[in-house]
Design a protein around this ligand. Sequence first.
Ligand SMILES: Cc1cc2nc3c(=O)[nH]c(=O)nc-3n(C[C@H](O)[C@H](O)[C@H](O)COP(=O)(O)OP(=O)(O)OC[C@H]3O[C@@H](n4cnc5c(N)ncnc54)[C@H](O)[C@@H]3O)c2cc1C
Length: 40
Amino acid sequence: MFIVIGGGPAGFFGAIRARETAPGQPVVLLEKSHQALRKV
Ligand SMILES: Cc1cc2nc3c(=O)[nH]c(=O)nc-3n(C[C@H](O)[C@H](O)[C@H](O)COP(=O)(O)OP(=O)(O)OC[C@H]3O[C@@H](n4cnc5c(N)ncnc54)[C@H](O)[C@@H]3O)c2cc1C
C-alpha cells in the first residue's frame, strides 16, 4: 500500500505514479484541508 500525504500537485502526481508502478497496490492520498489542489 502507498500512502501519499498532501493533495497538491506533487501528491496527485505521486499517487498516479505509484498506481502506474504497482497497479495491484492500493493508493491512499491524505489531504488535511477540505479542498484538494486548492492552489491550482
Ligand atoms: C495563491 C497561489 C495560487 C497559485 N495558483 C497556481 C495556478 O493557478 N496554476 C499553477 O500551475 N500554479 C499555481 N500556484 C503554484 C502552485 O500552487 C505550486 O507550484 C504547487 O501547488 C506546489 O505543489 P505541491 O504539491 O508541492 O504543494 P501544495 O500545492 O502546497 O500541496 C501540498 C498539500 O499538502 C497538504 N498538506 C500539508 N500538510 C499536510 C498534512 N500533514 N497532512 C495532510 N495534508 C497535508 C496541503 O493542505 C496541500 O493541499 C499557486 C500558488 C499560490 C500560493
